[in-house]
Write a protein that binds this ligand. Structure first.
Ligand code: SAH
Length: 275
């Protein structure tokens, strides 16, 4: 029998974080436990960590003690470093042979401008790696007890952003969206939830279909409201913080699957309001 030394089992061969390179690392939706093993190893080696407002600061405690931590916050409405400054900083540190870790909320390549950052690095000939993360539209829903799919409820999912390049709701084909996928998951849509609901209903979506609003998913102050498409606007208006909207029959499964509601009091803050 072949016995594999435990150390080898515990430490899979992971790529080395080379000096002068940038890693775009997904931090997950909030719970620090949701970072990947590769992301964690990168934190332990990085010289500089440029982190977003959405990345849980608890993760910074896991960075190498000597690492420089730089807040590169971007949150709707608040003062933040400009995107081009973040890119310029990453490039400058990499050229100074630092191991640069760009810590981004969720998955770096889902609605978070990570692709823009990677494109700028490619253009500047800076070696980079993308370390995927658990995106809010998947992990956040799981923490809310809403499975992204179940074969009895939906065979497709559409991820949509409520925030276009010019700030407002992007120009979308609402009729196609309404008909195309049974489950719709919206990012960056808290302030436009009423507008989204109106467009969906006008495009033929049932106003009484189950819908949910999830704020601060996977964090101690996670809040979930189960409502209907018509109720999305008022439900979202009562919430603050990063928020997901979900429309679809799979929302109904939460009734039996709201596992976070059963955890310790610090992890529950349930709102069953807003029908
Ligand atoms: N790259 C990120 C998304 C960045 S866009 C990801 O993959 O998750 C920012 C939006 O993500 C927020 O407006 C919100 O819609 C969503 N989001 C991120 N973290 C969240 C959380 N903990 N709870 C609810 N929504 C979250």
């Amino acid at each position: 029998m072949n016995i594999i030394p435990l150390a080898e089992v515990r430490q899979p061969a992971l790529p080395r974080f080379a000096k002068g390179s940038v890693w775009l690392v997904g931090a997950g939706p909030g719970d620090p436990g949701l970072i990947t093993v590769l992301g964690l190893r990168a934190l332990e080696q990085a010289d500089v960590v440029l982190y977003d407002a959405l990345a849980n600061e608890a993760l910074l405690d896991l960075a190498r003690p000597g690492a420089q931590r730089i807040f590169a916050g971007k949150r709707a409405g608040s003062k933040s470093i400009r995107q081009d400054q973040i890119i310029a900083q990453m490039i400058a540190f990499a050229r100074r042979k630092k191991r640069v870790l760009r810590l981004k909320g969720g998955d770096p390549f889902v609605f978070g401008r990570g692709a823009e950052e990677a494109l700028a690095l490619a253009e500047a000939h800076i070696p980079f790696r993308v370390v995927p993360g658990v995106t809010a539209g998947i992990g956040g829903l799981a923490y809310a007890g809403i499975p992204l799919t179940h074969r009895d409820t939906n065979h497709a999912v559409t991820f949509i952003t409520g925030h276009g390049v010019d700030g407002g709701l992007p120009d979308l084909d609402w009729r196609a969206l309404s008909k195309g996928a049974s489950t719709l998951v919206f990012y960056m849509a808290r302030t436009v939830a009423g507008e989204i609901a109106a467009k969906l209903i006008a495009a033929g979506r049932d106003a009484n279909e189950p819908a949910a609003v999830i704020a601060n998913a996977s964090l101690p102050d996670q809040t979930v409201a189960v409502t209907t498409v018509a109720g999305l606007g008022p439900a979202a208006a009562a919430f603050s913080g990063p928020t997901m909207l979900v429309v679809g029959a799979n929302v109904g499964l939460r009734e039996r699957l709201a596992w976070t509601a059963k955890r310790s009091p610090s992890h529950r803050l349930e709102s069953r309001a807003t029908a």
